[in-house]
Design a protein around this ligand. Structure first.
Ligand code: ATP
Ligand code: MG
Length: 214
């Protein structure tokens, strides 16, 4: 039975916290592949300007290039917005009916699962693994699981990962104010951000798509 991990996120930008959580889950669960799924227009982030999807996709590709088990999916980018995780899980479940599917999140995301569309259905399509994340204690998880029903207990697993207090929001702010992001994101992602002028004060939501123009 193929075992597949799906790592959803806005990845604006992708950082070492995402990569460490994904690789820890791959190792702990014996996953053959971890597929990163950058969100199109995430419903819960509608309030702020999200960097154009093609930039976030390109950074996710660059960040995962050297890991043989990591892949990047365009599933949510090629679907009309907004992107709901339940639609993504249905799509992957249909494509891999026999797979052991795991959806990888951080502690903050799992605590919000009740606000996602069709939370019970989500757990029916995949098991969830919640990576620990500094600043988001998981003691509220029990209450969340009670609200989801008894079956959810076996469907959500907590995974202790090396603590990395890195957040995309902080990285965007660092770039905007000229502070370093080195060692917080892969070198290639740092280079891409600077080359494309992402997250600068003047950058209008990240500027143009990454295509090279004459
Ligand atoms: P933002 O600050 O814009 O919300 P973020 O750093 O939280 O960005 P997301 O793209 O929102 O990144 O997160 C994608 C997934 O990765 C979520 O499930 C989130 O919980 C998890 N995650 C993000 N950063 C970490 C981290 N440092 N440690 C563990 N999990 C993380
Ligand atoms: Mg987040």
């Amino acid at each position: 039975m193929p075992s597949i991990g799906l790592m959803g996120g806005t990845f604006d930008p992708i950082h070492l916290g995402h990569l460490v959580a994904a690789d820890a889950a791959r190792h702990a669960l014996g996953l053959e592949r971890v597929i990163f799924v950058p969100a199109g227009q995430p419903p819960h982030k509608a309030g702020r300007d999200i960097t154009p999807a093609e930039h976030r996709f390109a950074m996710t590709l660059l960040a995962t290039l050297d890991h043989p088990a990591f892949e990047v999916s365009r599933a949510e980018l090629d679907r009309p917005a907004p992107s709901y995780t339940i639609d993504t899980l249905r799509q992957f479940r249909a494509a891999h009916p026999d797979a052991d599917l795991w959806f990888i999140t951080g502690a903050d995301a799992i605590l919000e699962i009740l606000t996602w569309r069709e939370p019970q259905e989500l757990l029916a399509h995949a098991r969830f693994v919640a990576a620990t994340r500094p600043g988001y204690p998981l003691r509220r998880l029990q209450a969340v699981q009670e609200a989801l029903g008894p079956a959810s207990r076996e469907r959500i697993r907590i995974l202790e990962v090396p603590a990395l207090a890195i957040a995309s929001r902080d990285l965007r702010e660092r770039v905007r104010t000229g502070r370093p992001i080195r060692y917080l994101v892969p070198r290639e992602v740092e280079a891409y951000i600077h080359k494309m002028g992402l997250y600068r004060e003047s950058a209008a939501a990240g500027g143009a798509a990454p295509a090279v123009r004459p």
